[in-house]
Design a protein. Structure first.
Length: 269
């Protein structure tokens, strides 16, 4: 029974509101598909947020004439169904490819992803991509990952600070112990050096004192002999001087006597 004009207009309006406005759509060919299979396929498509629609090609071409699907109008031949969605094209492509493995009667003709035409072979490649939910999960993980790392860093700061302070304390204790041992060693060396210098000074003073005493003793022993010799020398010199003076005096007196006697002999009267 042919469709009335109003029915045709109603279908065109439905196509325009549905598949013509959808950003993602896949054109399928079906031959020999059973009613239970169609029901199963429709349920799987709806589970992804899409719709399964068997179309009349002439009316569908009128509906998509000014839309993105117009680029795929040559594929509207023979039994044609359009699966479309406004949400996730990857999930829709996965549902179709999984069903095609179970029901080989499904034929992929072409597709539309983000209002861009794709070939039939690319639909299987799209099905292998991560789905929308998976992408959202990865995006949330990437967004939360810096926050999680920041929280871990902030939580680790007090613990790291305690560890650092403990290490600094241990380092100071080890440095103090090393300084104490070094101070004792230096004090021991300084004490030994001071004792050595004091011993040398005391020995030098003792040596000088002993040398002085020995000198004085030697001078005391030599002193009397030297005094005797000096007295003898002085006595000799004094004796010589007195003998000279006596000789001169005796000579003078004898000369005067001899001169008087000669004078008297020359002048008897």
């Amino acid at each position: 029974m042919p469709l009335t004009r109003s029915a045709k207009e109603q279908l065109v309006a439905e196509y325009q509101q549905g598949l013509a406005a959808a950003p993602h759509a896949f054109i399928l060919g079906f031959k020999g598909i059973s009613v239970p299979q169609v029901t199963e396929l429709r349920n799987r498509v709806r589970a992804t947020g899409g719709e399964y629609l068997v179309v009349k090609n002439n009316l569908a071409l009128r509906a998509i004439d000014s839309g993105a699907l117009a680029a795929l109008k040559e594929h509207f031949v023979g039994p044609t169904a359009v699966v479309y969605s406004e949400r996730d094209p990857v999930a829709l492509a996965k549902a179709l490819t999984d069903f095609a493995k179970e029901a080989p009667v499904i034929e992929f003709k072409a597709g539309l992803v983000e209002r861009r035409a794709v070939e039939a072979g690319q639909i299987k490649e799209i099905a292998q991509l991560p789905g929308r939910q998976e992408l959202i999960a990865k995006l949330l993980y990437l967004l939360q990952s810096p926050i999680t790392r920041l929280a871990r860093v902030l939580a680790a700061v007090p613990q790291s600070l305690v560890v650092v302070l403990d290490q600094i304390g241990k380092q100071k204790e080890s440095q103090g112990a090393a300084a104490g041992e070094g101070g004792q060693a230096a004090a021991d060396e300084t004490g030994q050096a001071t004792a050595g210098e004091a011993g040398q000074a005391a020995a030098a003073e003792a040596g000088q004192a002993e040398a002085g005493e020995a000198g004085q003793a030697a001078a005391g022993e030599e002193g009397p002999a030297t005094a005797g010799e000096a007295s003898q020398a002085a006595a000799g010199e004094a004796g010589q001087a007195e003998a000279g003076e006596a000789g001169q005096a005796a000579a003078g007196e004898e000369g005067q006597a001899a001169a008087g006697e000669a004078s008297q002999a020359e002048n008897p009267a």
